[in-house]
Write a protein that binds this ligand. Sequence first.
Ligand code: ADP
Length: 526
Amino acid sequence: MRSPLDDRLDPESPGNRGGTYASSHGLTDADAQLRLLIDNVRDYAILTLDLEGRVASWNAGAERIKGYRAEEILGQHFSRFYPPEDVARGKPQAELELVTREGRFEEEGWRLRKDGSRFWASVVITALRDDQGILRGFGKVTRDFTERKLAQERLLQSEERFRLLIESIQDYAIYMLDPEGRVSTWNAGAERIKNYRAEEVLGQYFGRFYPPEDVARGKPQRALQVAAEEGRFEEEAWRIRKDGSRFWASVVITALYDPQGTLRGFAKVTRDFTQHKQTQERRELEMLRDAVLARDEFLSVASHELKTPLTPLQLKLTSLLRVVENHPEATLPVGRLTRDLDVARRQVRKLADLIEDLLDVSRISMGQLRLNRTPMDLTALAREVVVRYTPQALQVGSTVNLEAPAPLPGNWDRVRMEQVLTNLLTNALKYGAGKPIRVHVRMDSGLALLTVQDEGIGIAPEHQPRVFDRFVRAVSERNYGGLGLGLFITQQIVEAHGGIVQVRSTLGQGSAFTVLLPSGLDTKLD
Ligand code: ADP
């Protein structure tokens, strides 16, 4: 009796020729449905071979994938689907023998279409045996995986390119650790920076890159722990090269988790920052040296400044003493005594001012500049200061013109504001001697504006940004005395009031210092 299978395997069976099935062959409905399904499936080439390997049935998918119509291929040997080199090696025959022995064969490989083009096939060949176990032929299911194969290759290629890229990077040591911290990849940068060749270090625990004292303290293991818990660990620290020498490393360790959340290992990127660190240390040393130099220079300038008023003071006091000793009380030359005493008092005042400036600087650097705000009128204060300095202005041949049209009320520290005005005005008198000086006080957009303008020596553009710095002087010590503190203190006072001070100046033509101050009227007073 012929089984339904026999019909399906028989190339002469009408149902197998056109890939269609006629229900008149006495098959059950289920068989007929299965047949229809097989015939019509387009994504799988499903065909049968007879015992010699000749095509016995052919479905729509086979036609689509391999390009042959059923009538062209039925009865042909299936080896024509293989590339010539496989045929030459007897591969098709070998596969059938294997299936005969083992019942099944599966592979992926190149196959040929009718037009000679290749496609990447996933193939399963199954032995077809009847009820008695007699081999009747072979079933073959083929899928076209060309697209998938190409995509895979592209991915592999890009992975390969990426791997090559990483391997060849020289400036970074980039390598991987397994979850236990053993080195599992090694790039050129790692070799260059740490001096180990890949074969020397693969499989080794990464703790060997740490200084012994760090290893003793369990630092390598802790770094991995932090990376595993927080995703990332980063530090700059000393590391050890193969020859035992140290280098300053910038290190990032990243934990690598798979999609299931299992720790797969760590990626480690290390840079050699030794030079960077040396440059930094050199720079810090230079700054330290500059600071020491500045301090020494300041001490010399300060002692000179403090000593200058002492000489006339001593002279005057000596001469006063002599006058008093040599004259009986009745004949004391009162006029001369008064003049000398006045000179002495001025020198003492100069000394007191210098010392006060020094005290201010130390207060500022200790953050102890406290404001004592009271309601006050800036215009009135400006008038007072200008009047006080009129004799000194006359002495140096300058006039001071005050332009202050209206009262300017605000909550400011009166003593400190007086200091600001005095500093700016005495600078104008010092660096603009012999030329007119203008002091302008006004209100603008809710701010109090104070400008002190002279027509003196001016400040070169390159010095302008620095004149407010501590101890900075833009003039030679020989021509002008001073500690380089006045503008620094001025700026600190103005900023403590929430204001700013700025300079506009042209070398040889004069300078204008402007203070902008919020009124402070909404500030709570003590
Ligand atoms: P000092 O006058 O004691 O040197 P300051 O802090 O008051 O210190 O000023 C810093 C520097 O700014 C001065 O040494 C000087 O070079 C420059 N400077 C300040 N005011 C003027 C001005 N009105 N005209 C020209 N230069 C000035």
